[in-house]
Structure formats: C-alpha cells, structure tokens
Design a protein around this ligand. Structure first.
Ligand code: FRU
Length: 914
C-alpha cells in the first residue's frame, strides 16, 4: 500500500505544478497623480497604460489626489504600507509634498517625478518638459509678436506648483531683457478653466488693455477667451501652454481661432514608464528626461492636429492589435494549459499504467503465494483429517480395549461375588468370618463400581460421578468406614474416635461416592498425623436441623497458608502433597453433588479440620432416582441356602431327570459354566455349550426349557443365536441373556430380539435364580393354562405319559400356535404346517397319529373349548364368536350346540347351577 501512496504523490505533484497560478507580479509601480480629471493628465495615464501593456508581469497602482495636497500626502503614506517597488509622482504643490516624497526616496524606493517637481530635488529621475524653457519660449514668442513692445497679462497656474513657478521664471528672464514689453497683470487660475474665467471677468478692464495674454495652460486660456468673448473682445490674442490634441483641446482651439498659439507641453506618460522599468531592471537611465517643446500657432496647428489625429488613429489601431495580441496571448495560455493538462494526463496514464502493471505483477505474485499457501493448507487439512482418523482409530481401539478389559474384570468379579454370596449363607460361620466376608464383598463391589466408573470415564471423557442415592444409616456408615482404618490407627498408635451429637438416623447419600470422599479425607489425615496423634470424626447438626456437619479433625502437621486456598482445586499439588492432586477436588465434587459444601481450616503444626456440610433430608435431590430399599447394613442374610458342592461340572456332564426342566447354558468362560452349574445343577437338568456352533448343534436334538446365553461368544454373538431361536420352531423357548455388556443399546437390542430377560455380570445369585425360576414357571403356567382350556380329544390314541418328549413338544407348539391364532377365522392347515416347519402331509399324519382327528377338527375343538371359558367370564355371544374365530354368532351357536349338545346360554345356566 505504501508503494501506492508513493506513486500517487509523484503523480499529483506535477498536477500542482501545472495548475499553479501564473506567477505573481514581478514589480509594483505606484503612480500618485496630483489631479486626474483633465484631458492632459488623462492622456498621460493612457500613454502609461499603453506602455505598461508590454509588461504583463507588472502591477500598477494609480492614485488620484483630486488637486489636494493633504489627500496626495495621505495616499502616498497609505501606499507605502504595502509593497511598492517604485513611485511615480506628480506633486500637486512642491513644498507640501516634498517631505513625504523625500522619505520614500530615503527608504531606497526609487522615485520618478513627472511634469511637476518637489522642492528638494531628492528623486531618481524627472520626466517632462523644461518649464523654465517653456516660459522663455513663450516670452520669445511674445517678443516676436510685439516687436514694437506692448502690454502683457498672464494667468498663472497653482501658486505652489513647480510648473507654474518655473514658467513664470522663464518668462521673466525674457521680459527682464526686453525694454518695450511690460508685464502689467498677473492673475492666478490654479490651472482650471473656470477659475481663469472668473478671474478674467473680474479683471476684464485690465485685460482690455493687454496686447497679449499668456495663460500657463490652454484650459485657463480658453476660460479667459470665454470671458473676453462675453465682453466682445474675442479677437484678443491669447497664448496657452500644452497644445494637446483631441476634441476641444489646445490644437483644435488654435485651428478654430479661440487661442492664438500654444507652447507644446508633452505629457510624457510613455517615457515615465520606460524610465521606471530601466530603474527597476537596473538598466542605465538618465536622471533628467527633458521632453522637447515648440510653439504651435495657426500655421502648424492644423498640420499637427492632423498628424496627431492620424497618430491617434494609429494608436487606436495599435490598441486593437494590442487587444488582439492579449486575446491571442490568453488563447495561447489556455492552449498551453490544455497542453499541460494533456501532457500531465499522458504522464499520469503512463505512470498509472506502470503502477497498474506493478500492482498486477504484485497481485499475481501474491496470488501465486496464496495458491501455494492454499495448497499447503489443503495438505495440512488432509494431514489433520488423517490424524483425526488415526485418533478415531486409536479411540475406537481404546474403546474396544476398555470393553474387553471391563469384560475381563467382570467375569472374575462375578466369580468372587457370587460364591461369596453363597458362602455368606453358610451356617456356622464365626463372627470374624462374617466380618471378613462383609469386607471382601464390600471391596469386590467397590472394584465392580470402579470398573463401571472406568468405563463411564472412558465413555464420557469426564470424571463426573452420577449419584445413586439411598437412605443410609449415618452411624453405621461412618463406623464401617472407620473400621477400614482401624488397622492403620492401631499400627500408628493414632487415637481414632467418632462422636455423633445428633438424633439423625438416616441420611440420603450415594453411599459409594460419600465413602470415597470420607475415606479420602481420612487417609490424608492418617498420612499427615504423626504417631500417637489423634483423629476425630464428629457429626453435628445446625440450629434448624436441615443440615448436618461431618467433621474430620486431626492434630497433624496442618496445611500451609499458601496452600490452604487451593487444596480443593483440581490437580493442585501443595508443598506437602505427594498424591495425584485429584483427591480433594474430587471430594469437593462429590459433596457438592449432594448439595453440600466442604471447607477446611488448618494451622501449620497444630492440625486440620475438614467439614462436610450436608442436607439432612432428601428434598434437595429432586428428581434423582432414590434406591429406597438399599441400606448400608450389610448383615448376613438370615435365611439359609442349600449347601452347594464344588463340582467340576463340564459340558460333558449331564444331569437328566424327566421331572425337572432343562437349561442350556452357553458361555465361553469355563468358570462361569462351572459356577452356573453349581448354582443351577441341583434344580435343573443342565446342558452346556462353550460357543455358538456347539449350541446350534445341541439345539438340533435337544429342546431345553430355558437357554442362558452370553452375548460375546468366540464364534459370534449371542444376539444372532437369539434371532435364530425366536424366528424358528424354538420360538417358545425362553432365553436369558447373561452378559458383561452393560450398555443400554445392547439391552434394548436383546429385548427387541425377544430375549425374555437380560442380566449383567456380575450378577446376584439370588437374582439369577429368581429370574430363571420365574421364566421356567411362567412357561409352565402358560402351558398348563393352555392344557386347562384345551381338553384334547378323548379319542386321542396316546395319553401324555405315553408320548415321546418330541411328540409332547410338537403338541405344545401346535397348541400355542392355535391359541395365538384362535380369533382368526381364516387360519389354514397350510399356515399351521408352515409355522411348525413341517409339510402339510407330515402335519396331517402327526395329527392323525397323536390326536386321532384332522387338524381342522382339532382347531374347531380348540375354538369351542376356549369359548366355554369366555362364556363363564360373562362375555356376550357376539364377543365370544369374534374372539374364537367364528364369522357369525349364529354359526358359533350352531357349532357349540353340535359339539356339546346344548346352546351356549344353556351351558352357562347349567354351569352356574352347580
Ligand atoms: C494639467 C496642467 C497642464 C499644465 C500642467 C502644469 O493639469 O494644468 O495644463 O501644463 O498641468 O503642471
């Protein structure tokens, strides 16, 4: 971006240079005019301007004093405040103006006096005619006109003006030398026609006697002429000064005879500017620039007038050309500006083009770089995806590992807990033995919970225990935990005491978690308490009875002040700690999950006190599932259990009794098979399979009353077997899944596949026995129920006792199938054969042999037998007909009467009678 701004600077700079305003005036010339409203001075100004047009860089300031000395002085003073390089001045009167003009000159500002002078002579140059010479010329001309002599009257200009003084001087010089010429009237007209007119009228009588009248300028001469004309003296010879060309001016007046003659007095405007430029440009110049003069009379006036008119025309022409030149100059300037703009635009285009190329190149390079970065990012993304996949694979492997490990843990745990349960029911166990059994069971259960937690941790990736709240006897809970520490206390000679000052019997806690919390604090207390020390556990109640305090007080080494604020922080390891640091933060988490708080107070070298503040009732636990039945009193069950033998049962051993149900046990773990054999072998016939293949072979020939199967089998899943069983002829065999897989998904899957029960390892022996018994009993009841409602035909060839087991099973399945489809009037023989996986002919033959009737007859008898029960249950004829698969009540009544010899209502009456 910087590069761009740099380019812009260089681009914009020429623009400023090109569009800059034309340079300021090189010089400033000021012209102070004594009076500006007469033709002579206007001519002077025009000449100056004409000359100035050659110097366009020059600034020209023009000031008109209107014939006032004061005004002229003030104007010059004001002028000097601004920057002026040169002053041209025509002083109104010499003496009053001299100081201000001198001060300018003394400031080294060049001064040019024109036409009139100052008294000091302090100026750089004078431009104008020699007024003394003009006076002399006029005198000489009068001498010429009056060779015999005569009377002369004069009209002077402004008294103090140098021009008037000098003209008089020159005239006097001539008259003084002349004997016959006499100056007999001197009037003052201050250069103005009106003043001269008034003066002339005032002195008309004296003027009448004058032979020649000399006015010091033509205007005053014309004023006198006007006055004389009024008195009929217009032929009097009047001589003036100036001889200015133009309408109404001297030259014309001479031609018209209003003036007799005039002394040419050039205005000198052109010369004044030229001298000024010479001074400013430090060129050589002349101090006294005396302009020529001559006498103009009737003889040369017309010619001069003509010439001057011609000159004037030429001047006008020159002016026009000048204007044209100025216009062309302006056009040229405009064109130059346009050209400059074009050049600048061109330069800008070239520069912008260059910049664009540079920017494009830089963009191209950046894009290339970005593309490279993108490729790099893409490859990194790919690497991340691969790494993610690897992490996923590792996580899956970890998951599998955890599942397997937990499975491996659960089996031996089953084999610890279950025999222990049996052992605990043994008679004649010593009190000590009972205590040991309780301890073993508590610790095995603890391990079981740890395995579960391990799996939970791995699943949830966070150590967030879930509460399983039970009503626990407070005293017993604490005492049991303290009992664990008894050996440690004895070993270290530490006095361990417990005091409960409350009336609280039960508390609502997660026994396992709270035990962990309390044990953690106690083991710390033992760790940091020296031999012969003291550890007290106190239970106290708060004033309102809604909270109790469980305090663990020791007189150990205490906690340092720097550690005490952090002991409950996760992973904080204090200066004395040697554990993982998770302990106290876990304690805090457990207590807070119970809506309690844990606090500590300690003094180094004195001891520590940890306090659990916990609610006394369960209201705070809200929706948590409370295991109300559970208590901490792990007393030995009072009822006796059968002695069991440590048999070395294997799948090869069979316990066959035609009076007891048969259970097929499928489990790859020999110990589990052995253990199940031990607990079930006394009551049931058992068959064993250690894998899926074996089980399938067994099921081809055997018809167990119950199947107990593991899910994770070496050659497949128990769930697959379940599917096969429930979809085949064995669908009525109850299946109990017994697995270490404790996931909701597996349980749901098992139950969806019609498993009759799902137990997880490790299992409670009593629970398993109860479930097994329940499943077998329900099946038996179902069968009996069918048997009770279904009285097989009396014409049956075989009674139940003489039937083979296989035939009995066939009949059972047939009955169950018919019972299930009893309400279906369209049940066909084909459907029954298909459901039983035999051909129609086979079915016909079996029915004939075993039932001594056709299948259709048998189905009809089942319908009618069932209807008897429904009649007794009080259902209407229509309802019964519908429930037992008759398309109409009439048809049902007819069939019933045909079968039993009386109508359904008569049957009801008859039964109720008895
Ligand atoms: C113009 C004028 C001229 C005369 C000159 C003298 O103002 O009066 O007519 O010659 O001034 O300074």
């Amino acid at each position: 971006m910087n590069i761009f701004y740099r380019y812009c600077f260089f681009i914009i700079l020429p623009l400023f240079i090109c569009c800059k305003k034309e340079k300021t005036s090189k010089y400033t010339i000021a012209f102070s005019q004594c009076i500006g409203n007469d033709a002579w001075r206007q001519t002077m100004l025009e000449e100056m301007k004409r000359e100035l047009s050659f110097y366009p860089d020059l600034e020209f300031i023009y000031l008109d004093a209107g014939g006032s000395n004061e005004k002229q002085i003030a104007q010059i003073q004001e002028l000097m405040k601004s920057k002026v390089d040169l002053l041209i001045v025509s002083p109104n009167e010499a003496d009053p103006l001299t100081p201000i003009v001198d001060s300018i000159f003394q400031k080294n500002i060049p001064v040019i006096v024109t036409d009139r002078k100052t008294s000091s002579g302090l100026y750089n140059a004078y431009v104008g005619a020699d007024n003394i010479a003009i006076g002399r010329l006029a005198g000489k001309y009068i001498e010429h006109l009056l060779p015999e002599g005569g009377q002369i009257a004069i009209m002077k200009g402004l008294i103090g003006s140098s021009a008037s003084k000098e003209r008089l001087l020159g005239l006097q010089q001539i008259l003084n030398n002349s004997k016959n010429l006499q100056l007999n009237l001197e009037l003052s007209g201050d250069w103005k026609k009106e003043t001269a007119y008034r003066q002339a009228k005032k002195h008309i009588e004296q003027l009448k006697t004058a032979d020649i009248i000399l006015a010091f300028n033509d205007q005053m001469g014309l004023g006198i002429h006007q006055a004389l004309t009024e008195y009929g003296l217009k032929e009097k010879k009047i001589i003036g000064v100036d001889a200015l060309a133009g309408n109404g001016n001297g030259l014309e007046q001479i031609s018209q005879g209003n003036l007799y003659a005039s002394m040419l007095y050039p205005t000198g405007g052109t010369e004044a500017i030229r001298i000024a430029m010479a001074i400013l440009e430090h060129k050589p110049y002349v101090r006294d620039n005396i302009l020529g003069t001559l006498v103009i009379d009737r003889e040369n006036a017309a010619l001069l007038d003509l010439q001057s008119k011609k000159i004037q025309e030429q001047q006008i022409d020159i002016d026009k050309r000048q204007t044209l030149i100025v216009e062309q100059l302006k056009t040229y300037k405009d064109q130059r500006t346009t050209l400059n703009i074009l050049v600048v635009s061109l330069v800008l285009s070239v520069i912008f083009g260059g910049v664009a190329i540079i920017v494009l190149k830089s963009n191209w390079e950046k894009n290339k770089h970005l593309e490279l970065q993108n490729t790099e990012i893409r490859s990194q993304q790919q690497r991340i995806i691969e790494m993610n996949q690897q992490i996923k694979d590792v996580a899956e492997a970890k998951s599998l590992f955890f599942t397997n490990v937990s499975h491996e843990f659960k089996t031996p745990l089953t084999l610890i807990l279950a025999p222990l349960e049996i052992l605990s029911k043994e008679k004649n166990i010593s009190k000590e033995g009972v205590e040991q059994i309780i301890r073993i069971r508590r610790n095995a259960k603890k391990m079981q919970t740890l395995v579960t937690n391990l799996i939970d941790i791995h699943r949830q990736d966070e150590i967030k225990p879930k509460l399983q709240i039970s009503a626990i006897f407070l005293d017993e809970f604490v005492r049991q935990i303290l009992a664990n520490f008894k050996p440690l206390a004895q070993q270290n000679h530490i006095a361990l005491s417990f005091k409960n000052t409350t009336q609280i019997e039960r508390i609502w806690i997660d026994e396992y978690l709270m035990e962990q919390a309390l044990s953690n604090i106690l083991s710390n207390a033992f760790k940091y308490t020296k031999k012969h020390g003291r550890i007290e556990v106190l239970v106290e109640e708060n004033t309102f009875g809604d909270f109790f305090y469980l305090r663990i007080i020791d007189n150990g080494m205490g906690i340092s002040p720097s550690d005490i604020d952090h002991v409950f922080e996760p992973f904080y390891k204090g200066s004395q700690a040697d554990g993982s640091g998770i302990g106290l933060s876990y304690v805090k988490q457990i207590v807070e999950l119970h809506h309690g708080q844990v606090t500590v107070s300690s003094k180094e070298g004195v001891g520590s006190s940890f306090t659990f503040r916990l609610p006394t009732d369960a209201t705070h636990l809200g929706d948590l599932q409370l295991n109300a039945e559970s208590t901490s009193s792990e007393t030995l069950p009072s009822q006796e259990v059968d002695n069991y033998e440590n048999s070395t049962i294997d799948q090869t051993v069979k316990f066959n009794s035609s009076h007891v149900p048969t259970i097929l046990i499928i489990d790859d773990h020999q110990d589990i098979r052995l253990f199940l054999g031990t607990i079930l072998g006394k009551r049931y016939n058992l068959q064993f399979s250690k894998n899926l293949a074996e089980a399938q072979t067994t099921l081809k020939s055997e018809h167990p009353d119950l199947i107990i199967s593991d899910i994770m089998l070496p050659d497949g899943s128990g769930l697959d077997l379940l599917k096969q069983l429930k979809n085949g002829t064995t669908s009525s065999v109850p299946v109990l899944l017994l697995s270490a897989l404790d996931t909701t998904e597996t349980k749901i899957e098992g139950l969806q596949l019609m498993a009759d029960a799902y137990l997880t390892k490790p299992f409670e022996v009593d629970h398993l026995l109860a479930v097994v018994e329940n499943l077998i009993e329900s099946r038996k009841q179902l069968k009996e129920h069918y048997s009770s409602v279904i009285v097989r035909p009396t014409n049956s060839l075989n009674n139940a006792n003489s039937l083979t087991q296989q035939d009995q099973r066939f009949l059972q399945h047939l009955d169950i199938l018919i019972e299930e489809r009893l309400s279906d009037p369209k049940l066909t023989v084909e459907e029954i054969a298909e459901s039983l996986h035999i051909s129609r002919v086979q079915l016909y033959r079996k029915a004939k042999n075993l039932l001594n009737c056709s299948i259709n007859e048998y189905v009809l008898q089942r319908r009618l037998q069932k209807s008897k029960h429904l009649i007794l249950e009080g259902l209407t004829i229509n309802e019964i007909a519908d429930r037992v698969g008759f398309s109409s009540a009439t048809y049902f009544t007819a069939a019933f009467k045909k079968q039993f010899g009386l109508t359904p209502s008569a049957f009801k009456k008859d039964v109720l009678k008895h």
